[in-house]
Design a protein around this ligand. Structure first.
Ligand SMILES: *Cc1c(COP(=O)(O)O)cnc(C)c1O
Length: 350
């Protein structure tokens, strides 16, 4: 009864979500700080009447507010139930059965899952050791209908400059979706490319920098002609009323965003320095996590040892790539605990 492509696929496995309070949780790039107080106020004061009615199908309140802040008209924005919903909508809009999409490797694993569901194939192009992309990433190909680029990338935290991304977009003859889930922790962004290149879409999420992973809200910026097509594919009420109201309050509080992201970036520099001193190779990061490899120790064993001490990080073993752990940047105290535990673990026999 099951479509063969569904039966054959692995399915995306999200990072572990253990019971609250038991672990220092540095495995899924959540923000360690509470969201803006104005978000909590909106959620607390939400009216029965607004729950009784269907939500605005286009989340106009959010689009207007975000448009003002980003300097783009609201009809260039489409909202989603998390940015994963945006990625799903884009895949369903652009890629048909038997066609393919392209992603860099290693990167966000969900892209392949979306292709699998669609009955499409995934072509991966490996990053080089400096986390740059070879020419083959920009080459048009028959049946290639969509290219995903996480920028900043996960697990590396590396970020391609906007002029490099523009060069990629101009060589391709299909849409390029720049997934900017971590962009608020980066020095640059590609939002202006949406105006400059008609095949660029930029997606963002409130899950990481706005500390709202539980809320589920993301959006994509693209030309109105593209938004109009994406709109046909999304669920009619893909964003619920509470999330629209809360997301609008969140993006309106840019002072909160600046303070919180600056704090996380400061902790990131400090932690990167300390982790390097322990002998880990720490990739310079423009995101809220640090990708660490080690010249000789087994990082799977290190991950397990950390977990035994109730510190949860993400262990990753990609084909053709050294294994590593991705450590979310938490509070200074959480990072001190993590660095302290790693110091003992790495000093031991392993
Ligand atoms: C976390 C993440 C997302 C998805 O975030 P949502 O919670 O679905 O908004 C998208 N892309 C990348 C690269 C991510 O790391």
């Amino acid at each position: 009864m099951i479509r063969p492509n569904i039966a054959a696929m692995q399915g995306y496995v999200p990072g572990e979500q253990p019971q609250a309070g038991k672990f220092i949780k540095l495995n899924t790039n959540e923000n360690p700080y509470d969201p803006s107080p104005s978000v909590l106020r909106v959620v607390r004061e939400f009216s029965a009447d607004s729950l009784r009615r269907y939500p605005d199908p286009t989340a106009a309140a959010f689009r207007t507010c975000a448009g003002d802040i980003l300097g783009i008209p609201p009809d260039w924005i489409l909202c989603g139930n998390g940015s994963d919903d945006i990625l799903t909508i884009a895949t369903r809009t652009f890629v048909g059965e038997g066609e393919h999409l392209r992603t860099a490797y290693p990167s966000y694993i969900l892209y392949k899952t979306l292709a699998d569901i669609q009955g499409a194939s995934t072509e991966t192009v490996d990053f080089d050791e400096q986390w740059h992309l070879p020419e083959s990433f920009l080459r048009p190909a028959p049946g290639l209908k969509l290219v995903f680029l996480a920028n900043p990338n996960s697990p590396s935290g590396s970020c391609l400059a906007p002029d490099v991304v523009e060069h990629i977009a101009r060589q391709l003859d299909c849409p390029l979706l720049v997934d900017e889930a971590y962009v608020d922790f980066a020095e640059t962004n590609c939002l202006q490319l949406v105006r400059r290149c008609d095949n660029v879409l930029v997606s963002r999420t409130l899950s990481k920098s706005y500390a709202l992973a539980g809320l589920r809200f993301g959006y994509v910026v693209a030309r109105p002609a593209v938004i109009e097509q994406l709109q046909k594919v999304k669920d009619s009420y893909n964003c619920d009323a509470i999330s629209i109201a809360a997301a609008t309050a969140a993006i309106a509080d840019q002072a909160w965003l600046r303070t919180t992201t600056a704090r996380i970036c400061a902790t990131r520099s400090r932690a990167a320095e300390q982790l390097s001193q322990l002998g880990l190779c720490v990739q310079p990061s423009q995101a809220n996590f640090l990708w660490c490899t080690h010249p000789s120790k087994s990082l799977r064993a290190v991950y397990e040892a950390l977990k035994n001490q109730r510190i949860l990080v993400r262990y990753m073993a990609y084909d053709r790539w050294p294994e590593g752990i991705r450590i979310t940047v938490g509070t200074d105290d959480q990072m001190d605990a993590c660095v302290g535990a790693l110091r003992d673990i790495l000093a031991g026999p392993m």
